[in-house]
Design a protein around this ligand. Structure first.
Ligand SMILES: Nc1ncnc2c1ncn2[C@@H]1O[C@H](COP(=O)(O)OP(=O)(O)OP(=O)(O)O)[C@@H](O)[C@H]1O
Length: 260
């Protein structure tokens, strides 16, 4: 690729005691793409995305955003740089409404002379914004934006979490197993949503164990093994069986793919 990656990492190391979760791991996400990250259990995928999203601090290595070295002290710092991560747990408050969940921690407040946190919330502005975002992503089957998140189906909840990420993630969205807990129909909707987000120009990192989903939506696949990037493959020129064989170590990738 001749383009500059939006988000890149070189030589990331993360150790937990005697376990090396990331072992000089490289990573590249290019503008406008869906990059899947696949790997066996314990290969270090979560550690990689946690490092990229500020949830853990790597012991060594470098992360670059738009070509510039960055360090994220915490997830808020990564969010402020436009990197939004949707974890499997979704980080939602079930008893709160859709709109409250979309704005958690970044509420819109009315203008005025008082300090930011003393000013009243601008509920109307937040509802308008949430409605627009859900609408843009075709999620307006959710009728009542004041509805509590606990009353939504799993797919709708995932939809709200992705819409929230798309609303605020100006540069990169990272999705950790977004279809793992969903049925066939709901997974389909979430896959469509992911493609909608891509069409809006936001690149996506998709961590998934579901090979048919990965092969359906990914532009490139980062194969992770033993804490590092083993190779990057094009889903159009490789079979699912080969991707799984590379991932598990049953087969080695051709040398021109290794450490791509
Ligand atoms: N907080 C932690 N404390 C100790 N060890 C950890 C911690 N987090 C991860 N590990 C270890 O680091 C290694 C990589 O784990 P990680 O969760 O990154 O892998 P993964 O590829 O996401 O796995 P999975 O697909 O099972 O979620 C594993 O051996 C794991 O046990």
């Amino acid at each position: 690729m001749t383009q500059q990656p939006i988000l890149a990492a070189r030589g990331l190391v993360k150790r937990y005691g005697k376990v090396t979760a990331l072992d000089r791991c490289d990573f590249d996400l290019y503008p406008g793409e869906i990059l899947a990250v696949i790997g066996d259990n314990g290969a270090g995928k979560s550690s990689l995305i946690k490092a990229l999203s500020g949830a853990v601090t790597p012991d060594a290595g470098e992360i670059r955003l738009d070509g510039k070295p960055v360090t994220f002290e915490n997830p808020i710092a990564a969010r402020e740089h436009g990197i939004e991560t949707v974890y499997q747990t979704l980080a939602m408050s079930p008893a709160l409404s859709i709109v409250d969940n979309m704005f958690m921690g970044r509420e819109i407040r009315r203008s005025g002379f008082m300090g930011k946190y003393l000013r009243k919330l601008d509920k109307a502005a937040m509802e308008k914004f949430a409605r627009e975002k859900l609408n843009e992503l075709g999620l307006m089957t959710i009728q009542n934006i004041g509805q509590a998140v606990e009353t939504l189906s799993g797919g709708q909840r995932q939809g709200v979490a992705v819409a929230r990420a798309a609303a605020f993630g100006s540069k990169v969205i990272i999705l950790d197993e977004p279809t793992a807990a969903l049925g066939v129909k709901e997974s389909r909707k979430v896959l469509e949503l992911i493609q909608d987000v891509k069409r809006r120009g936001i690149p996506i990192v998709l961590i998934s164990h579901n090979m048919p989903h990965v092969f359906e939506v990914a532009d490139r696949i980062h194969v992770h093994r033993l804490g590092r990037r083993l190779c990057v493959v094009d889903p159009k020129s490789i079979t699912m069986n080969d991707a799984v064989a590379f991932m598990t170590g049953a087969k080695e990738p051709p040398s021109d793919l290794a450490a791509a």
